[in-house]
Design a binder for this molecule. Structure first.
Ligand code: KG4
Ligand code: ZN
Length: 341
């Protein structure tokens, strides 16, 4: 660390991961600690807000302490504390924000509030060595599926978003129908890895010719009817009615990922921006990466993806975006509030 180094402690607790990280100059990861609550929510088939809040409360202090000790620093050495304040589950956000405020107050540190989606975008930017704005950005997670025009790490204009389910939500709900464990994205990915993506020709929900919006709820219904057997006539929805699990997973995943890829290219064409950033939990998906890469190469578009470990919720992206906000003087006061949206 040289004299000009800026150290940011990032804290993330918007959904079901309690995370803390120390990042130097917005790029160099000194530590990243994530406590995942997946096992606690899996038995319920999805995130239970009350369980999430309680787990954050138990984990926040040990997770932050570990992030500091793994970075080999004391909290007094950080320049600022960045925390996700919106959007997310209110009870979960409150735990991270209260911890960040307390640390900032006691140690007389600058507090920085971070928007969770912008942090996912920053995670994708961290994979690019030399930034060349503007970019078209896809954020695809359990709660969001949106396309933006990004003009800086702090400036994003919405181009389109989902009208119903997020892509990750469609995967999570689809997996539940198929009897696969939560979270559904990785379950469907592994069950479908050897399957034929053309086994079940789901119609791609592309909407109007020029639309940059998404809609995945119809695909979910199509999956349900496939599980009701030929003609969708059976009362019960079972896998036995539908046929093979790997083909079904591969086809469902293909329909979602191909739709996302087509919309990314459409956004690049419409805006005339030949550079793409992709982040968010679903960006871990190998089929999505392959579909986007194939389309992008064909169209001469540069596609950049967040590193796999920075796709799902983490605090590195919070500390990273916190650094950009710190440099821009965008700090929060100690009466910082949380917001679900
Ligand atoms: O970004 P994230 O951790 O939380 C939100 O901000 O929503 O994303 C979680 C979502 C879940 O819907 C999960 O099923 C999905 O990301 N996901 C995946 C994969 N890993 C996580 N989807 C597809 N393939 C994956 N490998
Ligand atoms: Zn997220």
């Amino acid at each position: 660390m040289n004299a000009k180094s800026v150290l940011i402690l990032g804290i993330e607790s918007s959904c079901d991961e309690t995370a803390a990280a120390v990042v130097c100059n917005g790029r160099e990861v000194l530590s990243s600690v994530i406590h995942s609550q997946i096992d606690q929510h899996a038995v319920w088939g999805g995130v239970v807000p009350e369980i999430a809040g309680r787990s954050h409360l138990e984990q926040i202090v040990p997770v932050v302490s570990r992030a500091l000790s793994e970075a080999n620093i004391e909290v007094g050495q950080v320049d600022a504390i960045a925390v996700t304040s919106r959007p997310g589950l209110l009870g979960s956000l409150l735990i991270g924000v209260t911890a960040a405020k307390s640390l900032a107050w006691v140690n007389n540190k600058t507090l920085i509030d971070v928007h969770h989606i912008e942090a996912h975008i920053y995670a994708a930017l961290m994979s690019v060595v030399e930034w060349d704005f503007p970019y078209v950005t896809l954020v695809v997670s359990g709660g969001h599926t949106s396309l933006y025009r990004s003009d800086s790490p702090l400036q994003h204009t919405l181009l389109g978003c989902t009208r119903d389910d997020a892509a990750g939500e469609a995967l999570d709900k689809g997996a539940k129908m198929l009897g696969l464990p939560y979270p559904g994205g990785p379950s469907i990915e592994s069950a479908g890895s050897t399957g034929d993506p053309a086994a079940y020709p789901f119609k791609l929900p592309l909407l109007d010719r020029d639309s940059l919006d998404f809609s995945f709820s119809g695909l979910k219904t199509a999956l349900l009817y496939t599980l009701k057997g030929p003609g969708g006539k059976r009362e019960d929805e079972t896998l036995e009615n539908a046929g093979n699990l790997s083909g079904l997973c591969a086809s469902y995943e293909y329909a979602i990922t191909e739709t996302l890829a087509i919309k990314c290219i459409r956004a690049c064409t419409q805006t005339g921006i030949p550079r793409l950033l992709v982040g968010g939990g679903v960006a871990r998906n190998l089929r999505l990466r392959a579909r986007i890469k194939e389309h992008a190469e064909r169209e001469g578009i540069e596609a950049n993806f967040a590193r796999p470990e920075h796709c799902t919720d983490n605090a590195v992206m919070v500390a990273g975006l916190g650094h950009a906000r710190y440099l821009a003087g965008q700090c929060a006061s100690l009466d910082l509030d949380v917001a679900a949206r």
